[in-house]
Ligand binder design. Structure first.
Ligand code: PLP
Length: 369
């Protein structure tokens, strides 16, 4: 810790819970945590009002919120969130991966949703203070276990008028997590929806907000009804237009010419895994390309073999091979349905960096405790 800088535990003082989950129960949870079902003992939080700015920073017992039925978030979905992981290295230390990027994106999402900016240092301090309080909850890795961290912010003011709320709660919770998809290495199938899009020009596609996810659920149901794992969203021109992303993952194509292509930013979410994969591409002999990708280019490329691999990238699922793409009246199989070599190599490298198994030459890791 640099002298003069505020220690996260000073910024978010800890009031330790009197009722932590008993050690044996925690051990049982950590042996098979699943994803998003079991939470650690504490939560970090702070409150914002126009008069007092951010105040009441604390780490305290995880407990339910008390909200008036008119709380703005329940009616107008003024809410944003982030998702990142803490990784335990072989020597027991715990690390975050590029959390400054999450801090910056959280600030941009806040601006889009009319929420107050949380200083990026406070975003990081809240996360680090929570990890220190709940350090025993960070799994010792046998495969890809981690502590998944969920910072979020919402409109807690009791008022039914439509305007930016004047009482905002920021909170960070955490849950031990196993790999998000059971099929993480064998590949997922994506459903191309004709009924639903995710974003449009001027919309909230680039913000990480709950509303985008609420709107995605009907499409997810449609995908599953058609035997697929996730949705592949196209822009509003549908199959005559461009490919955007999946519900919580950015999309990548590997071509026979050695390019790694991903849709350009605009209406999609600026994924940190996306940026990481683009930065790593040259180390695998791939040329990173960010540009519009038409659906036609993707589908004909898969059929004629110029698109050799497709994968999706995001924090929860890291890098997930896409084995097939289905839509009304067609089913495309990518690379014979087998996960691609470059996909596997990139996935391995990202995980090796995150778990400290190779040198962090890009300076992406930040020690949490
Ligand atoms: C969070 C998210 C991603 C992935 O972003 P990462 O920073 O890599 O986790 C991609 N798309 C959407 C819509 C998301 O919400």
């Amino acid at each position: 810790m640099t002298r003069g800088a505020t220690h996260p535990s000073e910024r978010f003082p800890l009031a330790r819970t009197a009722h932590p989950v008993p050690e044996a129960e925690r051990a049982a949870i950590l042996a098979a945590p699943g994803f998003g079902r079991h939470f650690t003992d504490h939560m970090a939080s702070a409150v914002w009002t126009p008069e007092a700015d951010w105040h009441n920073h604390a780490v305290a017992a995880l407990e339910p919120f008390s909200l008036h039925p008119s709380a703005a978030v329940l009616h107008y979905a003024q809410e944003i969130f982030e998702g990142l992981k803490a990784y335990r290295h072989a020597d027991g230390s715990v690390w975050l991966f590029r959390p400054e990027r999450n801090a910056r994106r959280f600030a941009r999402s806040a601006e889009r949703m009319g929420l107050p900016a949380l200083p990026e240092d406070d975003f990081l301090a809240g996360i680090e203070a929570l990890i220190r309080a709940d350090e025993p909850w960070v799994p010792v890795t046998t495969g890809e276990e981690s502590l998944y961290i969920r910072p979020f912010m919402f409109a807690a003011e009791s008022f039914l008028g439509v305007r930016p709320a004047e009482r905002i709660v920021h909170c960070v919770i955490a849950c031990p997590a196993q790999p998000y998809f059971a099929s993480a290495t064998s590949g997922v199938t994506l459903w191309v929806s004709r009924s639903y899009t995710r974003a449009g020009r001027g919309g909230t596609g680039a913000a990480k907000c709950g509303g985008n996810y609420g709107a995605s659920l009907a499409a997810q149901v449609e995908a599953e009804a058609n035997g697929c794992d996730q949705v592949l969203y196209l822009d509003s021109a549908g199959e005559d237009g461009c490919v955007e992303e999946s519900g919580a993952m950015n999309l990548f194509l590997v071509t026979s010419r050695g390019e790694l292509i991903t849709p350009a930013l605009g209406t999609i979410l600026e994924g940190i895994t996306r940026d990481t994969v683009l930065a790593l591409a040259p180390e695998f002999g791939l040329t990173p390309v960010e540009r519009a990708v038409t659906f036609k280019e993707l589908s004909t490329g898969i059929t004629d073999g110029t698109v050799t691999e497709v994968f999706a990238a995001g924090t929860a699922a890291v890098i997930t091979p896409v084995a097939g793409i289905k839509g009304e009246g067609y089913a495309l199989t990518i690379g014979g349905g087998e996960p691609g070599k470059q996909t596997a190599a990139l996935r391995e490298r990202v995980l090796d960096i995150q778990y400290g198994r190779v040198e962090d030459t890009h300076g992406w890791l930040r020690r949490a405790c």
